[in-house]
Ligand binder design. Structure first.
Ligand SMILES: *Cc1c(COP(=O)(O)O)cnc(C)c1O
Length: 462
């Protein structure tokens, strides 16, 4: 482990490089128009620094690549499945494991198995795919995150916490039988990458135990959350990230995981549970949607890379540099006076588009417009996390109007350097200086599900 008095730095050196395309503004203008002002529709070859997502975009280690060569591509009972199962049991402590092609494959399984029509699924803020699968199974999501999470200026360090009073009120109103589980994310993506504290998790466990309600853990970024607990929550500074990860998992009954984030792979995920009956049902369902229960839509080599990535994700030097790099960019933007979500999250820096572009009303998609403008300025690709991502209420058809209207600058793990962070900060500052010229957008094509992925826009003239 590095000494804590030295600054964070990458605990690796570079063995292979991937050249990036440098483009002109005129080229980017054309590319943006062709993409309908949606950064998801840009071609990657037209992007210089890609901060669209930290999902599946990590650089794998030499060990993971070596693991790829050890792929056992048997249809059933691949050696790599047993290595993956052992890694999940060892680092996370869950008993039963079902691999899936990525996180939403696991969300589909758990939602189908546990949610009945009319059920309520409380959670610490929604996530796009998670809520959609809950709704497709007939459930209704209920937000029980603390109010601080909706305020980008609030400096509370654990804005992923659950407001236990909100949960108690839901139990009171609907009865515990209508609540199949509480859905808890570590860290909370839509709040700006904000962690939940261990004290809050323990208290939540106590409350749910009293009512016989499960906790299902969206553990996509559990190592980042555990690191923040080690750094910021009193009483945990002496504990390892790995130990805190294990305790967080132990306070829950099952999990869904997008291994494309924390676990450092380009594709993969899993569902885990401590309940035999739930496992039985998942084993039945996985063959319909993913594949046999010992591969779940993945190649053997993918499962091997995931098993190795899980171990690397809780390495102290790795996680310190990962979160350190995000904080470095965040501090630079704060120093430049840019409105960002505070405190800085663990997987990216979130620009507060309502404060950045106060002249654009939320119905003209300020965050979408800002993401487009950032791409135009220097070829940095980001994504909208505001009214477009929030979608429409499934019953009324009305747009959700989220408090948070954000642009996410998501940092892939082990991919970009400090010099790249400096370019990003300079470009954001340039757009901020010229913010008055940025115009709103109108949506000209709206897909039915998860519209932010494929919607198309045109600039408003005024
Ligand atoms: C990415 C993500 C998911 C969905 O995982 P995919 O691998 O993209 O299907 C679920 N929850 C959270 C918090 C995520 O960030």
């Amino acid at each position: 482990m590095t000494e804590q008095h030295t600054p964070w730095a990458e605990p690796y050196k570079i063995k292979m490089v991937e050249p990036l395309a440098m483009t002109t503004r005129a080229h980017r203008q054309k590319a943006l128009e062709e993409a309908g002002y949606n950064t998801f529709l840009l071609k990657s070859e037209d992007v210089y620094i890609d901060l669209l997502t930290d999902s599946g975009t990590s650089a794998m280690s030499d060990r993971q690549w070596a693991g790829m060569m050890l792929g056992d591509e048997a249809y059933a009972g691949s050696r790599n499945f047993y290595n993956l199962e052992a890694a999940i049991q060892r680092y996370y402590g869950y008993k039963h494991v079902i691999p899936t092609h990525q996180g939403r494959g696991a969300e589909n399984l758990i939602s189908r198995i546990l949610i009945k029509p009319g059920d309520i699924v409380p959670g610490n803020m929604y996530f796009t795919t998670t809520r959609l699968h809950q709704e497709l199974s007939g459930g209704t999501f209920a937000d029980i995150i603390i109010d601080e999470a909706h305020d980008p200026e609030n400096l509370f360090p654990f804005k992923g916490n659950v407001d236990l009073k909100k949960l108690e009120a839901l139990i009171e109103k609907h009865g515990a039988k209508k609540i199949p589980y509480v859905s808890i994310a570590t860290t909370v993506n839509m709040a700006g990458g904000q962690p939940i504290s261990l004290a809050n998790m323990r208290a939540l466990r106590e409350l749910t135990n009293k009512h016989g309600i499960r906790i299902i853990h969206d553990m996509t970024r559990v190592a980042e959350n555990a690191y923040m607990i080690q750094q910021l929550e009193p009483g945990h500074a002496h504990r390892s990230t790995a130990e805190i990860v294990h305790e967080l998992c132990s306070l829950t009954d099952g999990a869904t995981m997008s291994a494309k984030k924390d676990a450092l792979v380009n594709i993969g995920g899993f569902m885990a549970t401590n309940e035999w009956d739930v496992f039985e049902e998942a084993r039945n369902q996985v063959v319909i949607y993913e594949g046999l229960h010992t591969y779940g839509g993945l190649a053997g080599r993918d499962m091997e890379a995931m098993a190795i990535g899980i171990a690397e994700s809780v390495d102290e030097d790795h996680i310190r540099a990962r979160v350190g790099q995000v904080a470095y960019l965040g501090e630079k933007l704060l120093d430049a006076g840019i409105p960002v979500v505070k405190p800085i999250g663990t997987h990216g820096v979130f620009l507060n588009a309502k404060a950045f572009l106060p002249h654009i009303p939320q119905t003209s998609f300020p965050a979408q417009a800002l993401a487009a403008e950032l791409y135009l300025d220097a070829g940095v690709r980001t994504m909208e996390r505001g009214i477009v991502s929030a979608g429409r209420n499934k019953d009324t058809g009305e747009n959700y109007m989220p408090e948070l209207e954000l642009v996410r600058l998501t940092i892939p793990r082990r991919v970009y350097t400090q010099a790249h962070m400096d370019v990003i900060a300079a470009s954001v500052a340039n757009v901020y200086r010229n913010r008055d010229k940025v115009k709103g957008l109108k949506m000209v094509y709206e897909p039915k599900y998860l519209r932010f992925f494929q919607a198309r826009f045109e600039p408003l003239s005024a």
